[in-house]
Design a protein around this ligand. Structure first.
Ligand SMILES: [Zn+2]
Length: 300
């Protein structure tokens, strides 16, 4: 199983990301090349990258399974300000180039929010933008993430994702599933095989290149997008185990984006990453009722 989590890029860039992933017992990881909320980017230090590659080889992490995530303020769906839209396009092109330099093969992208436009106009803008960005010979592939349907997000249903993919001339573009988003969008994750069948009919299962594995704080169809720790939310441990162990997705990297423990505390002063414990439970298919307390004790 290829299972990892979101890690930081701010401490020695890719080298720090690998070290953090290893500390959780992960065999892959996902990172943002800078803060997800802004587009400021420092240049890539190739010394760190080369040390990171070596560390990955020594620890059996295949760079082909490593995922980058585009910042979520990038919005390809709204072109009412052409300047901003053009900026998003250029920024993404540049992020692809940075990933290619690091030999990172996938970049997850939120399709975008149509805001004041209609849903159809938003989707058309996304397609137009992707036709500027995506090229057959790009070595880093954009993966459209399935969204929860918060606000005016596009890419909520598989039909919308299919419409976007069909509009992009190059086929060098894939999909990232997110279990929390799918649940919140209205898909029942307890019937994952049925879901994959529908996906395969509409899009083709081979276009799935990444799965974000998150529980959800909200009920099916809530259109909220609030991630919950594994086994604590409405999707539940057994359904998430079935998804990460699903044979049809066995070569697809799975990435946890669950919240840090302590984020709901009043002071938020001490927060602890849950990933080491969540990865272990998912691998062993065994839920530990006391794992949140064990995380606090482990990092104290
Ligand atoms: Zn996600």
């Amino acid at each position: 199983m290829i299972l990892g989590c979101h890690v930081s890029f701010s401490n020695n860039q890719l080298l720090g990301s690998v070290e953090e992933a290893l500390s959780y017992g992960a065999n892959t990881f996902m990172f943002y090349t800078g803060a997800p909320q802004n587009t400021f980017r420092s240049s890539i230090n190739m010394d760190y990258v080369e040390s990171a590659w070596k560390l990955m080889i020594d620890n059996n992490i295949n760079i082909d399974n490593v995922i980058c995530h585009a910042p979520y303020i990038i919005n390809l769906a709204n072109a009412t300000s052409l300047d901003k839209w053009q900026f998003s396009i250029n920024f993404l092109k540049n992020e692809i180039k940075r990933c290619e330099d690091m030999h990172v093969k996938y970049m997850v992208l939120h399709p975008g929010s149509h805001v004041s436009l209609t849903r159809e106009e938003g989707i058309k803008n996304i397609i137009d933008a992707l036709n500027y960005i995506v090229k057959d010979d790009d070595k880093c592939m954009i993966l459209l993430e399935t969204m929860a349907g918060k606000g005016s997000e596009c890419g909520i249903t598989l039909e919308e994702i299919a419409t976007i993919l069909n509009g992009v001339k190059s086929k060098n573009i894939g999909v990232c599933l997110d279990t929390c988003h799918l649940n919140d969008a209205g898909y029942d994750m307890s019937k994952f095989d049925e879901f994959l069948q529908i996906f395969n009919n509409l899009i083709g299962i081979d276009r799935i290149k990444c799965v974000h594995v998150n529980d959800s704080k909200n009920v099916i169809g809530a259109h909220k997008d609030r991630h919950e720790n594994i086994g604590i939310g409405t999707i539940g441990f057994d359904n998430l185990v079935n998804i990460v162990h699903n044979d049809k997705l066995k070569d697809v990297p799975k990435i946890l984006e669950t919240p840090y423990i302590g984020e709901d505390d009043d002071d938020k002063k001490r927060v602890y990453p849950p990933y080491k414990f969540e990865i272990e439970m998912l691998k062993n298919k065994t839920f530990d009722n006391d794992y949140l307390n064990k995380i606090r004790a482990y990092y104290k």
